[in-house]
Design a protein around this ligand. Structure first.
Ligand code: ADP
Ligand code: ASP
Ligand code: MG
Length: 483
């Protein structure tokens, strides 16, 4: 059983959808595909929803027209009259439901997370209809299934947590009969179902997570993440143009990379694969013959395999004059961050200075003024005398590789590299993991820090070995020969 996930750029237009269909058809049954919305559509939906909430009905209508056109252009390329007509009818229903949801937001004058999820789900629902119809028109048996009947979650709209046990039951019920009949099941990524039946979403970029959740629910042999880059690269190619593919990484390395900003994987993607030991492969829709990156429990333990950066963070410092107050200060701060659902990316405590440092992702929670006040209020309420400091626009830069932090020289090398590049370090963290070394720097220095660390740690591939990389098609042929 293979689960294949195709991201937004992979399904961006009709030609790409046909490439995707061809890739799916090369995989043996039983197989399931998980699809994102066409690239840009989720943003259009969000903009339309926000416009509807603030008297922007005209803007909202303009945006929904763009969405309709994107979907109908793809439908127009479906090569069977019957399938095309059925897909267009299903799209019309989805677009009418979208208009109803936007009208409800306009009447309410505000956008609840619940309505937002209902609206955003339209992009993935439309794409699942389009891909299943495209496959059938090519002669491949396929059905679409919306994940608000399969991926059970809690009711945290916008960032829902899955219920893995219930998801397993639902996947068996909803999907197994189709898989057993030899159909390719095309499921929506990104969305789930709250206990009350409402549609939820798993957070932006969450379709990767949907794929591993489905893979775990169906005991898949492999989960494939098909995207617009030929694998996990040694850095974000938009920052480091000569970044290269990392052929093998461990679950731990993949989790650290995703946690510290490598957008190629949603941060929660790897967890469901770990417990069942399901291999996850990252592959390029545009270069389907390339071997990509294989993520497994164990991987070759090099030094630093990749460098990544997470930006737009806040760095909170809490100075506690009385040593005996440290534990209650820590409890108060963590409690407030937890209550506000602000994610702590890194934390440390230097008890000699009675200073605690938290690097947090407070996107959507305001900047330092709001978060700083909130922490001061929580400390006051706990009866702790403490001084709160806060710095905005901070980036965490991570050098990731098994054993990196265990090697004593790596941190000093890393600091020396940043020192030579004249990049001040605001915080370092070596001990929390032996897979990543992290440093906080000012946001404006993040790109330079990534470049400097990549240049120093990730050796450029010698030109002579480039042409000798095994292609995936050769590797497949090879593995077929050995049985
Ligand atoms: P999809 O739409 O397929 O989910 P995403 O845009 O979410 O694709 O993720 C792929 C993008 O992630 C790449 O185009 C690349 O710009 C970015 N990226 C950031 N860091 C890395 C990395 N270390 N390796 C590969 N891609 C990365
Ligand atoms: N379409 C969703 C988003 O843009 C989910 C995804 O692409 O993974 O965030
Ligand atoms: Mg993505």
């Amino acid at each position: 059983m293979i689960v294949m996930k195709f991201g937004g750029t992979s399904v961006g237009d009709a030609a790409r959808l046909h490439q995707v269909a061809a890739i799916i058809e090369t995989q043996p049954a039983p197989r399931a595909a998980v699809v994102s919305a066409a690239s840009g559509v989720t943003n259009l939906l969000l903009d339309a929803a926000r416009a509807s909430a603030v008297d922007g009905d005209a803007l909202s209508a303009k945006l929904t027209t763009q969405i309709r056109v994107r979907h109908h252009d793809i439908a127009a390329a479906i090569a069977s009259d019957h399938e095309r007509a059925a897909a267009v009818a299903a799209l019309d229903q989805l677009h009418a439901a979208l208009d109803d949801a936007l009208a409800a937001v306009s009447r309410a004058g505000e956008l609840s997370q619940r309505n937002s999820d209902r609206i955003l789900a339209t992009g993935e629902k439309a794409m699942s209809v389009l891909l299943a119809a495209t496959l059938r028109a090519r002669g491949t048996a396929a059905v679409h299934i919306w994940a608000d009947r399969v991926i059970a979650t809690d009711d945290r709209h916008g960032n829902a947590r899955p219920d893995r046990t219930r998801t397993r039951e639902l996947a068996a019920l909803e999907m197994k009969p189709h898989l057993d009949a030899g159909s390719t099941v095309v499921m929506t990524g990104f969305i789930g179902c709250a206990p009350d039946g409402a549609t939820t979403t798993l957070g932006r970029g969450g379709s990767d997570y949907s794929a591993t959740l489905l893979g775990a629910a169906l005991d898949a042999d492999e989960v494939q993440i098909w995207t617009d880059v030929p694998g996990v690269l040694s850095a974000d190619p938009r920052q480091v143009p000569d970044a290269r593919v990392v052929p093998g990484i461990s679950y731990d390395e993949a989790q650290e990379l995703a946690h510290f900003g490598a957008k190629v994987l949603h941060p929660r993607t790897i967890r469901p694969a770990v417990s069942l030991g399901i291999p996850v492969r990252i592959l390029s829709t545009f270069l389907p013959g390339e071997p990509g990156t294989l993520v497994t429990r164990e991987a070759p333990a090099d030094s630093v395999k990749a460098v990544t950066a997470l930006t737009n963070l806040l760095l909170l410092t809490i100075d506690v004059p009385e040593l005996e107050d440290l534990a209650s200060a820590s409890a108060a701060v963590f409690g407030a961050l937890h209550d506000d659902r602000i994610e702590v990316i890194a934390a440390s405590q230097a008890s000699s200075r009675r200073r605690m440092i938290y690097v947090v992702d407070a996107t959507g929670h305001g900047g330092c003024t709001r978060v700083g006040q909130r922490m001061s209020a929580a400390l006051d309420a706990a009866g702790v005398d403490a001084e709160v400091g806060c710095r905005e626009d901070v980036a965490l830069v991570a050098a990731v590789g098994e054993g990196v932090a265990a090697a004593p020289q790596t941190l000093s090398q890393l600091l020396a590299i940043l020192g030579r590049a004249e990049i001040p370090v605001l915080f370092t963290n070596q001990q929390h993991s032996n897979v990543a070394l992290t440093v906080a720097v000012a946001g404006k220095d993040a790109a330079r820090a990534v470049l400097a660390l990549h240049d120093a740690f990730v050796r450029p591939q010698p030109a002579s070995s480039r042409g000798r990389r095994p292609r995936r098609s050769h590797m497949l042929a090879e593995s077929l020969r050995v049985g």
